[in-house]
Design a protein around this ligand. Structure first.
Ligand code: CTP
Ligand code: CA
Length: 224
């Protein structure tokens, strides 16, 4: 029944989407995380699926679910688990969209027991995580690789820097300037930068509509 509604544009293409936050454990009962809802990632996965792609989502902890049984969802918790899973899937993928809000740092050590309340202050030591997008970029062969960027200043320059440094084909810049865009909202405002210099500004729209436009742009680039 599902197949009936699917298009053929991305038939036989394999797509990987990362979604949601990552949770970095501190002790057995605590973690360092962020407010990513996974909505943008799941909207992209569903749009890719509707256009015929074979879709795998590697998702951090989210309340999101997909209505499509044909989309494979691999649940992970930490940046390291997400990194290992994505690297394993990389070779067979044709399209990779990194929409997850991966933690940049994780607690340097996980306490084996619950950290007790003692002193008036507590210092946490954090260690850098691996950059999934940059690693896939460095190992890119035939894949079309899309990253996201979240900036609060010098947005365009930072987005272009990420495009180049991570060897991505496209960077979707999330605009925080609109009050209804970003974490947790059903709408988003983005601007897309491509490796060939193209810049497409999109209007504030539902994440579903934004996903549709991003995927259409990816299809256009792949066919170009
Ligand atoms: N990303 C990733 N692995 C990480 C960190 C980020 O794959 N460990 C990906 C995100 O999924 C996103 C892109 O890199 O597609 C950019 O994420 P962002 O947080 O905007 O940029 P960073 O490179 O992490 O730099 P900073 O947070 O300092 O701006
Ligand atoms: Ca980051």
């Amino acid at each position: 029944k599902e197949k009936f509604f699917r298009q053929n544009i991305l038939k036989n293409k394999k797509a990987l989407v990362t979604a949601g936050p990552t949770y970095e454990p501190l002790d057995p009962v605590r973690f360092v995380g962020n407010h990513s809802s996974g909505k943008m990632g799941f909207a992209l996965a569903e749009d890719l699926y509707e256009k015929g792609a074979d879709v795998t989502v590697v998702s951090g902890p989210v309340y999101q679910q997909t209505k499509y049984k044909g989309i494979k969802v691999i649940n992970v918790n930490t940046a390291e688990e997400m990194y290992n899973t994505c690297l394993q899937l990389h070779d067979e993928m044709d399209i990779e969209i990194m929409a997850a809000a991966v933690a940049d740092y994780k607690p340097a050590a996980v306490a084996p027991e619950k950290i007790k309340k003692t002193n008036n202050s507590l210092q946490l030591e954090l260690a850098k995580t691996n950059d999934i997008l940059a690693t896939l970029g460095a190992r890119k062969k035939h894949q079309f690789l899309v990253g996201f960027a979240l900036e609060t200043n010098n947005e365009k320059q930072h987005a272009l820097d990420k495009l180049e440094k991570k060897n991505a084909d496209m960077i979707v810049l999330n605009s925080l300037k609109d009050a209804n865009a970003g974490f947790g909202f059903d709408t988003n405002k983005v601007s897309v930068f491509s490796a060939n210099g193209d810049n497409v500004e999109m209007e504030l729209a539902s994440k579903k509509e934004i996903a549709n436009k991003i995927v259409d742009l990816v299809i256009k680039k792949i066919h170009a």
